[in-house]
Ligand binder design. Structure first.
Ligand code: HSE
Length: 316
């Protein structure tokens, strides 16, 4: 049942950085400096309509082609509701950036619809609608952006069906996210990956992932620096961003503990122990990108919790 007196709800969902070096499709954390807002306004026509997309006119207005619209359609079908809503999407996350923009829009959308319900759904149920919508962006369902954006935690997704999530302590580190003016679609970044791996690659990657989780619990940042080395996915994707290894090298030379793609890229993530070091890593990476005439913008912040929230409700 939809709350009768509620007319519109606006929800915010943060950007997220997926993979965390060696946790391909498994690890992710929220980055609430950036995020998308979705407003749902009850309409009388009984239909879902996207009426406004702010900051990204290239995104589809067709509800079934837009991750926010698709997630809402799935949720309404599950609830057997034929209520109509006008949808306004305000993008705060650059498209195809590796910052979980498609997930943030669908997470904000299902969070807003949930606020209309007399009996709200659990976050695991909301995640399933948003996760399915990821097919539109990447051709596959994965939850390593949806879950951290919704939970607001550093999360490890063990399985999708049933959704099984573990929460890790938030590292007391700074994350630098540097976004070059370059686009890589998640779909093409996934297509760049071989569908097979050798047992040797499996051993190396799973050893690093297991050790990284231990390092996070032990707050062993030098240990993490040695375990956050992706020998599986990064080498297959590096060529998608001209100069990738130069930017990575620049970050490591400035003392970054680790540096790689954020999610499917092209945004790169680096970790540092202090804000000062984060600034010098960001500067060095930006200068290196400029040498290739690659414009960029960056953000850095202490890693912290913070997931999807309701920012406004209007009653009538
Ligand atoms: N784990 C996904 C990938 C994240 O790297 O393809 C996409 O943002």
């Amino acid at each position: 049942m939809i709350k009768k007196d509620l007319h519109s709800v606006t929800a915010f969902a943060p950007a997220s950085s997926a993979n965390f070096f060696v946790g391909f499709d498994i690890l992710g954390f929220p980055f609430s400096e950036l995020g998308d807002e979705v407003t749902l306004i009850k309409n009388e026509v009984g239909e879902l309509r996207i009426i406004e997309i702010e900051n990204d006119p290239g995104l589809p207005f067709d509800v079934s082609k837009n991750t926010a619209g698709d997630a809402l359609q799935r949720m309404l079908a599950y609830l057997k509701l034929n209520s109509g809503f006008d949808i306004k999407i305000k993008k705060g996350i650059p498209v195809c950036s590796g910052l979980g923009g498609s997930a943030a829009s669908s997470v904000a959308a299902v969070s807003a619809l949930n606020a209309f319900l007399e009996a709200p759904l659990a976050r695991e149920e909301l995640a399933s609608f948003a996760m399915e919508a990821e097919y539109l962006a990447s051709g596959e369902a994965h939850a390593d952006n949806v879950v951290p954006s919704l939970w607001g935690e550093f999360t490890l997704v063990q399985s999708l069906m049933p959704l099984c999530v573990a929460t890790l302590p938030m590292p007391d580190l700074y994350s630098v996210l540097i976004h070059p003016d370059w686009q890589i679609s998640t779909q093409s970044a996934r297509q760049a990956l071989s569908s097979t791996l050798t047992i040797k690659q499996h051993i190396q990657q799973s050893a690093n992932l297991a050790k990284l989780v231990v390092d996070v619990f032990n707050k062993d940042w030098q240990g993490l620096s040695a375990s956050a080395i992706d020998s599986l996915v990064e080498p297959q994707r590096a060529a998608l961003l001209p100069g990738f290894y130069e930017y990575q090298q620049a970050a490591l030379e400035q003392g970054a503990l680790a540096c790689s793609f954020s999610g499917a890229g092209p945004t790169m993530i680096a970790l540092t122990e202090t804000a000062e070091m984060a600034q010098s890593v960001a500067d060095a990476m930006q200068q290196q990108m400029a040498k290739r005439d690659m414009q960029s913008q960056y953000w850095y912040k202490q890693m912290k919790r913070g997931g999807a929230t309701i920012v406004k409700e209007e009653r009538r």
